[in-house]
Write a protein that binds this ligand. Structure first.
Ligand code: ZN
Length: 262
């Protein structure tokens, strides 16, 4: 199973990947029937989740029904329990939208929902996050997960995201972080995909964030809050939803929330 998933991850173009994996996992989920783990996003339960990962595959990670990973299940709980996005009327810009979330956000009557991506055929708007054709201060909530490690000009991408965010709004920006690295590692001279994989962990990554992530994504006029929401959850819930190894929580299990300063 690990090998099949790795093959998909490495050989199918990124923009089609989610749909192809979606089809494949739906064919095999019968082998995962059970009730030891539960997906907080789609509500289905299984014996365990599927393994997932580009380089080092992780056990018990991917929901065979909706494709949510550990971080999606955690984020979903956080959004439901700690934010107003399912109750207030708000405009939401979802950059590089995750398939497990799209229909769920779209079906929320209180959300004016826009998906945006550089190339995904399923996005409402095609845009480059470094230069977005969107009005200043036009969204109450912006979410952009696992894209900042791909963008050429990080500061430009961030200033664009913060520009279109409303004054009272908030953004969630998650990225892979190497907990062993203090300072974010970036080297623009490394352009060869294999070299990038060696240095930054994946062929299309241009940097590897370290524990300075909150500082690195802070710009003038905003504050970044590092939410340790997972630490408030019981061990049973962390295991039930397979959110992380409760004995080895790291900065990667934190949720980074950005608010504008007045
Ligand atoms: Zn699910």
């Amino acid at each position: 199973m690990k090998k099949i998933i790795k093959f998909f991850l490495r050989n199918i173009p990124r923009r089609y990947l989610q749909k192809v994996v979606y089809f494949a996992t739906n064919c095999i989920k019968i082998f995962y029937l059970g009730n030891r783990v539960e997906c907080s996003v789609c509500g289905k339960h299984y014996r365990k989740f599927l393994p997932y990962g580009y380089v080092n595959s992780r056990e018990n990670a991917l929901c065979p029904n909706c494709l949510a990973l550990e971080r999606h299940r955690l984020l979903w709980l956080y959004l439901k329990e700690k934010t107003n996005i399912f109750s207030s009327n708000l405009s939401f810009l979802h950059i590089a939208p995750e398939l497990c979330f799209i229909s769920r956000f779209r079906n929320q009557k209180n959300i004016q929902y826009t998906t945006a991506d550089l190339e995904s055929p399923w996005a409402d708007v095609h845009l480059n996050v470094e230069n977005m054709p969107l009005k200043t201060e036009s969204y109450d909530f912006i979410m952009a997960n696992h894209i900042l490690e791909h963008v050429d000009n990080l500061d430009k991408a961030l200033s664009e995201i913060y520009r279109v965010l409303k004054k009272e709004g908030f953004a969630i920006l998650l990225s892979p972080i190497n907990p062993k690295r203090d300072i974010t590692y970036e080297d623009k001279t490394i352009t060869d995909p294999l070299e990038r994989e060696k240095h930054f962990g994946q062929k299309d990554h241009v940097r590897e964030f370290g524990t300075d992530y909150a500082k690195r994504i802070t710009q003038e006029g905003v504050e970044v809050i590092e939410e340790r929401f997972i630490e408030s959850l019981s061990r049973e819930r962390i295991l039930r939803f397979a959110l992380a190894n409760p004995d080895k929580l790291t900065i990667e299990n934190h949720i980074f929330v950005v608010r504008k300063l007045n």
